[in-house]
Design a protein around this ligand. Sequence first.
Ligand code: ATP
Length: 217
Amino acid sequence: MRAIELADVGRAYGERVALSGVTLAVEEGETLAVFGANGAGKTTLLRILASLLRPHRGEARVLGHVLPKEGWAVRGKVGFLGHDPLLYRDLTARENLEFHARLHKVPFARIDELLEAVGLARRADDPVHTFSRGMIQRTAVARAVLHAPELLLLDEPLAGLDPGAAALVEPLISGGTRVVISHDPTFRGDLTLGLRDGRVAFCERDVTTDDVRALYA
Ligand SMILES: Nc1ncnc2c1ncn2[C@@H]1O[C@H](COP(=O)(O)OP(=O)(O)OP(=O)(O)O)[C@@H](O)[C@H]1O
């Protein structure tokens, strides 16, 4: 099954066109890597796929659901990790994960597993506002994968992580269907999308590091 199908998708903020003419398909189990300079439209695309933002043009289908009409169905099935960690800062890491576990009807045993997996078992009962940036990111990853989503939408998931933390997090965000915004030109998906000023510069299965670097020239 196709996990994502976009046909001529576009989005503007007032007069400013943030994204236009995006057409692509991602099969179940595949990774779409997204590259582009600051302001190229990457976050806008990710938010459309998460059904957090309506497309203004084109047709979008995610996990078999037409957006924006069936956005409610998509929101429960995706794991979204954006720039904002979507955590309550005065709650502990465990309380944040319990909150999301209740929403998604996930057994609490999964929380202990995840806290262990991201190396936060010892700090699990500290409020998030006492955490370092990397610790917040690790908690945010645990939150995004908690309900074993069918599709992961990840904006620079390893940002702020030291190599040890990145190695802990990587297995949690690998293996399934994913869209990953990256600034590492050596990162590859099954399909690689390059955005320039909101338009598709390339969307290919084979791209070179030079193709990716050219987006930032
Ligand atoms: N809420 C908003 N209101 C107005 N313009 C916006 C809004 N969000 C984004 N934009 C504009 O849309 C364009 C694309 O922004 P977007 O955040 O999608 O880029 P990006 O590729 O994710 O950038 P970055 O790498 O800096 O995160 C930019 O010109 C930005 O200024």
